[in-house]
Write a protein that binds this ligand. Sequence first.
Ligand SMILES: *Cc1c(COP(=O)(O)O)cnc(C)c1O
Length: 397
Amino acid sequence: MTNETRRNWKPATAMVHAGTMRSPYGETSEALYLTQGYVYDTAEGAEARFKGEEPGFIYSRYANPTVDMFEKRMCALEGAEDARATASGMAAVAAALLCSAKAGDHVIAARALFGSCRWVVETLMPRYGIEATLVDGRSLDEWKAAVRPNTKLFFLESPTNPTLEVVDIAAVAEIANEAGARLVVDNVFATPLQQKPLELGAHVVVYSATKHIDGQGRCLGGIILSDEAWIEEELHDYFRHTGPSLSPFNAWTLLKGLETLPLRVAHQTQAAARIADHLARHKAVSRIIYPGRDDHPQADIVARQMTGGSTLICFDVKGGKDNAFALLNGLDIIKLSNNLGDAKSLITHPATTTHKNLTDEARETVGILGGTLRLSIGLEDVDDLIEDLDRALAKAG
Ligand SMILES: *Cc1c(COP(=O)(O)O)cnc(C)c1O
């Protein structure tokens, strides 16, 4: 095998070449190793591999060459020492959190979280004796006040789902360091191209690769990136013995996704910025939240920690749920779906879908109202999308 890894590649180059391991056939495209296991030439060879004295693969629950290529390419993009790919984004979040705390420890998480992430923190972890405190991620005072002697873990998402609130990652990392806790950041909404949590001081970054990294609606996947020591000491055995591993086929699909990630995210972000400005001027829209706009409530933090405005827009239509539903039902190109980061533009009504399990009060606290909609911009022509939205907004009064 020959390996492709160089330092100082810019993202677009790294996303096409980094991590590629060529077999003796010299294939251009990454090989898809659909295999569960590996054979050894001799009994001594098997023994040496199990002892870790000889490099090589043992079983695809532990590692697989195609999955390895995906992990290495993601490390190159993120600037991380090591990574483990998972079957879904939630498998990545659950593994990263569970491997960062044990019974008797305390976790602090920002309240505005993806619904399933919130369930892991609020419901699953307490079952195993890990207590959680939820704070307003925007308030550094709340993070500080929640610290206890047994606080071992901080968890946040930024920008948040669905209201695109921004958390000051560097400042929260400093509080975590003072507390002797690890900071895990779910970086899905910013993508690895627009925000680098490890450079900002976070200890672990997680992704749902299902979103922009695949970006074409095909498969689920996730990844955890961090320093080599933590992955070896805390994560490795968990993976080996509980099996949240990514399938080689999905790893191959995600490798192909990475090749076009910089192009897609650049187009989608440019289009999102134009559409956000258009919606902000529309009389049927009462609120617009887009990290790339000067009127974003935390525009100063966005300027410090993000290099792009994201591919997502959150907005409210006047008249609450009825008008929001009228808009949704009036769309033609933009599809109703709770997914995001896709080539197809997708829109969702969080209050009745992704965040329906929260109480009315909890929803209001994180800014999800009856008229709130989350829009993920795809790869369509931006003029067609604006026309689609205008036609549907006319039906929403
Ligand atoms: C989608 C998503 C997840 C979960 O990812 P899956 O691949 O669907 O399991 C976690 N966090 C955020 C922010 C997400 O958008």
